[in-house]
Write a protein that binds this ligand. Structure first.
Ligand code: SF4
Ligand code: SF4
Ligand code: FES
Length: 227
């Protein structure tokens, strides 16, 4: 099949690439060898944060390069690393009280409420929503709202208050998982069963399977219904 080539600009340089490619694939097609700014290629690691503009539109747009197709006349730049303030803390010393996160990240109180962060998030997360929950000290709400954060840093790149909220939200998820989330009773029971050797035979059988057989078993597995 004949490829439909379109014009794009990578860091200001003109290239012609097939319109079927993702931004990441288009950069490689254009000759870039990506050693930073690429990881999972599946939309999970946040390494491929990309900023672009299209002709005739003054808006800056934000995307993951591995998940977004090229468009004609795209002007592309990648932000594989964004320098961010990262306070140090000992998770084991934190208890999950409402004021703990603000003691470590007091600058969160400087949020102007402009919502630019939400508009920049390629995961469609309500970033201002979780920043507000950080300010309220509602750690479970932060953990819930920010659950899909992939730490790409795009929300920080445009924040007029220079807040590293994705790191503060990660701290909340850590505190929530360690101190606040309900303990999973069936998990404890299952761990005890594994220790007693209840699944030793099944595990030995799995270890003997080929990669293809394992993939078939995985695809055919029963998936627990979401509550
Ligand atoms: S971009 Fe910064 S200042 Fe604006 S709402 Fe988000 S965190 Fe607050
Ligand atoms: S909240 Fe920020 S760091 Fe997390 S995915 Fe959205 S833009 Fe990226
Ligand atoms: S390469 Fe991991 S999210 Fe794009």
């Amino acid at each position: 099949m004949k490829e439909n080539l379109i014009d794009i600009y990578i860091m200001g340089e003109h290239h012609q690439v097939p319109d079927s490619l993702t931004i990441l694939q288009a950069m490689e097609y254009a000759g870039y060898r990506l050693v930073r700014g690429v990881g999972c290629r599946g939309g999970f690691c946040g390494a491929c944060a990309t900023v672009y503009r299209t002709t005739g539109d003054y808006h800056l747009k934000f995307a993951l390069a591995c998940q977004t197709k090229v468009e004609p006349d795209m002007q592309l730049a990648m932000i594989p690393f964004f320098p961010a303030h990262r306070p140090r803390y000992r998770l084991s010393e934190l208890k999950g009280t409402a004021d703990e996160v603000l003691r470590i990240y007091p600058e969160m109180l400087r949020c102007y409420g402009c919502n630019t962060c939400t508009k920049s998030c390629p995961q469609d997360i309500d970033v201002l929503g979780y920043v507000s929950a950080i300010v309220r000290g509602d750690i479970p709400a932060v953990a819930d709202i920010s659950f899909d954060c992939i730490m790409c840093g795009l929300c920080v790149s445009r924040c007029p208050a220079e807040l590293v909220k994705h790191h503060a939200a990660l701290l909340c998820r850590r505190i929530y998982g360690r101190n606040l989330a309900p303990r999973s009773e069936h998990l404890q029971k299952r761990i005890a069963e594994i220790r007693e050797g209840k699944f030793a035979h099944a595990l030995a059988e799995l270890k003997g399977l080929s990669k293809k057989e394992l993939q078939e078993r995985y695809a055919a597995r029963d998936i627990e219904p979401e509550e």
